[in-house]
Design a protein around this ligand. Structure first.
Ligand code: CA
Length: 234
């Protein structure tokens, strides 16, 4: 089967960044369309049904977050936000609105292409979701047997608390995606105890001690300072 070519919708009003992104995409033979406004982005997303959207948040006619919200009313197409640096609140808002990932500006072409590849892998998994759900998750030496509720690392069984297990499964289910603190708290602790960031940090610390060779330089679970956590495919 020939390798699939993904189509990308680029939404960016800054011509310099738009050209940089277009050139990078052309170098890897991506099909792509570039638009400069939120309205054009929504129209293009609806008519051309791209595989992945690269979205700037600061657009001349509307907020990028509102573009995400609009697209999410009919589509789960992956959206990667291109965000200005050190605006954590904007990134969190965008991820909570339904963005799949973000890149801080200025970003390198190498990182952009790597994020696209990660998103493509994720798309591949989504297509597989139509098949019966896999009951075993594998990432490097980490194996979660969901049916049995057993986690092993390099074939040695891990003894996780129920909370650590829940946290690990949530990250594994969303591999390669940044999960915000708010989202994790809501999913693991439920709405009743939202906002307990300190507990999340404690559980993340104990989980890392169990799954990371060097918890201060984690391999499996990345920290996105001020935003949340991501399980990385190793
Ligand atoms: Ca902009």
């Amino acid at each position: 089967m020939p390798e699939r070519t993904y189509s990308i919708l680029v939404v960016e009003d800054d011509p310099a960044v738009r050209n940089l992104v277009s050139t990078a995409l052309e170098s890897r033979c991506y099909r792509h369309t570039a638009v400069a406004t939120g309205k054009a982005a929504i129209a293009s997303a609806a008519t051309s049904d791209p595989d992945i959207v690269l979205l700037d948040l600061g657009l001349p006619d509307m907020d990028g977050v509102d573009v995400i919200k609009r697209i999410r009313t009919w589509s789960n197409m992956p959206i990667i936000v291109l965000s200005a640096r050190s605006e954590d609140a904007d990134k969190i808002e965008a991820l909570d609105a339904g963005a799949d990932d973000y890149l801080s500006k200025p970003f390198s072409v190498g990182e952009l292409l790597a994020r696209l590849r990660a998103t493509e892998r994720h798309l591949g998994y989504r297509e597989e979701d139509a098949l019966p759900q896999r009951s075993v998750f594998t990432n490097g030496g980490l194996v979660i047997d969901y049916a049995a509720g057993i986690v092993t690392l390099d074939e040695a069984p891990l003894h996780l608390t129920p909370m650590e297990y829940k946290l690990l499964c949530l990250l594994a289910h969303n591999i390669d995606r940044v999960l915000t603190h708010q989202y994790i708290l809501h999913e693991v602790w439920g709405a009743s105890q939202e906002g307990d960031l300190a507990s999340l940090r404690v559980f993340m610390g104990t989980l890392r001690k169990k799954i990371e060779d060097n918890p201060s330089r984690p391999r499996y679970i990345q920290t996105h300072v001020g935003v949340g956590y991501r399980m990385v495919r190793v």
